[in-house]
Write a protein that binds this ligand. Sequence first.
Ligand code: SAM
Length: 264
Amino acid sequence: MTDIKKLKYQKIGDILIVKNDLNESEIKELVKRTNCKTILKYETHITGDLRVPTTKILYGTETETINKEHGCLFSIDASKIMWSMGNLEERKRIANKSNSDEIIVDMFAGIGYFTIPLAKYSKPKKIYALELNPNSYHYLCKNVKLNKVEDIVVPINLDNRNFHFHKNNNNNNIKADRILMGYVVKTNEFLEKAFQLLGNNGTIHYHDTVPEKLIESRPIEQLKSIGSIYGFELQKYEIVRIKKYSPGVWHIVVDAKFKKIDIV
Ligand SMILES: C[S@@+](CC[C@H](N)C(=O)[O-])C[C@H]1O[C@@H](n2cnc3c(N)ncnc32)[C@H](O)[C@@H]1O
């Protein structure tokens, strides 16, 4: 009999994700043990700016599911959109970071991975959830309704570099108290936009993939140097390791708090 313990898979709702092809008896055994409705094989590593996986159906037909995590519901089409198990602790950690006074921008919202737990548990004033991929945006909107956070979350389908705050009722520019930058590999290219949106005493959660030796230096230097162009000084920071990204390289997040030193 197939040893199911040796078969590696990830469960998203009632869909299994595997990395290798399976034979008929392995599929039968997995379906029996996990009660899944579909098994998907990720053909390639998640690629491209929109982080889209290439998948093949090994069993079943339906690719849409609802994943429950940390009291939140995430509707997702697992054949078209990524779900990172490795970010589980970060999704939980971010959930309680805000308070009811904050204006937040999630620059890479996806289907609401961080936006939904943050809205549900911290109940900030507003979260502007920006997402470029129309597919992910569709599920982001669905998840906002599923989790009943419509009064907090404003989902917007655009390239975050084109996002601008409107003026408030007193004709002042709105600024963000907190910015989530849940993106990797070239997150630094979006830092200028983040500082344009950030307010005094604001916090940026800056994700990056960094070689082990550079974890304490490179992201901090980037935050300091681009921040200074926009009149911000780094006040304090904490670096959290999320997961190993590739050999010798970590996916990290820096919680970085800034003060505006040239307030005009
Ligand atoms: C890797 S996912 C990150 C999801 C989530 N923040 C996390 O870490 O689990 C990145 C998301 O950013 C979106 N994205 C990439 N470039 C973008 C841009 N310029 N503006 C808005 N969204 C973008 C992608 O479509 C994708 O859904």
